[in-house]
Design a protein around this ligand. Structure first.
Ligand SMILES: NC(=O)c1ccc[n+]([C@@H]2O[C@H](COP(=O)([O-])OP(=O)(O)OC[C@H]3O[C@@H](n4cnc5c(N)ncnc54)[C@H](O)[C@@H]3O)[C@@H](O)[C@H]2O)c1
Length: 256
């Protein structure tokens, strides 16, 4: 446990998901108390069965696309712990579509969760940060913000998220808030399970391993460790930046 994060308070969205569970656990190990937010109460109870009774996890069901629900959730965290140190915008969706056959409601849903919701969470956390004169935002982006994606709405939303984070860094920097993006490459989580059957995902993972400079696949703990660093005061003068957690798969392959 680190002294600089002991009793600090984090909000993690999408906490019941593949990356959210591990991010929440690593922040707890670092001494944070965590408000674990997800759309499904049952999945939160299942994910944090052992931790909920400890008093260090506040499991809150919230659809982050609903601004009134977001406002209530942030108020509940402030009422409970009287502070908010780190907001981890982790929840994200990637409904599959081609450009030719795009159903634009999928585009709107993707932007609602991946871009509009982080903006609303920051908006409702800002009065707390004005009071505290400090705060931290970490958003989970994707390597696709640079490379593009086979799903245009997803790649576009993750690029927009970088623009949002840089705007947050710029506007809220004077009140002591830093904001950054962690951009992972492929990780085996439920987000990717919708892309195909087991063999397809195995092949997808093998191709990612092959294009990475380190010939490695990213694990949830790799993402969580980067988040924990950026969420801590150790990263207090890093802002407006993107940390790729991609084992080098975000770089063009070198020809040898
Ligand atoms: N898995 C990967 O390969 C990968 C790679 C790069 C980036 N990411 C990003 O990492 C983040 C986490 O992804 P994951 O792989 O853990 O996905 P996941 O599907 O396992 O988890 C996402 C979580 O977000 C929650 N969520 C979705 N919509 C919500 C809403 N409206 N309100 C509240 N919660 C909602 C879901 O219930 C789910 O628990 C996402 O932003 C994703 O885009 C994932």
């Amino acid at each position: 446990m680190s002294d600089d994060t002991k009793n600090a308070v984090a909000v993690v969205t999408g906490a019941a998901g593949g990356l959210g569970r591990v991010i929440t656990r690593v922040l707890l190990e670092d001494g944070f108390r965590v408000a674990a937010i997800d759309i499904g109460r049952g999945r939160l109870d299942e994910a944090f069965r052992d931790e909920i009774g400890s008093g260090d996890v506040l499991a809150l069901e919230c659809d982050i696309t609903d601004e009134a629900a977001v406002a209530r959730t942030i108020a509940r965290v402030d009422d409970t712990w009287l502070r908010l140190d780190a907001l981890i915008n982790n929840a994200g969706i990637e409904p599959q579509h081609s450009i030719r056959d795009a159903d634009m409601t999928l585009w709107d849903q993707t932007f609602a969760v991946n871009v509009r919701a982080p903006m609303m969470l920051v908006k409702h956390a800002t009065p707390i940060w004005e009071r505290q004169q400090r705060g931290t935002v970490v958003c989970i982006g994707s390597r696709t913000w640079q490379s593009g994606s086979s799903t245009a709405s997803y790649g576009a939303s993750k690029a927009a998220l970088v623009g949002l984070v840089r705007s947050i860094a710029s506007e809220l920097g004077p009140i002591g808030v830093n904001a950054n993006v962690v951009a992972p490459s492929f990780v085996r989580t439920p987000l990717n399970a919708i892309k195909g059957d087991h063999d397809y995902i195995d092949d997808y993972a093998a191709r990612f391993t092959a294009i990475s400079a380190m010939r490695r696949l990213i694990e949830p703990i790799d993402v969580a460790n980067a988040v924990a660093f950026l969420a801590s005061p150790r990263a207090r003068n890093i802002t407006g930046d993107v940390i790729n957690v991609a084992a080098g798969s975000h770089m063009p392959p070198t020809i040898r």
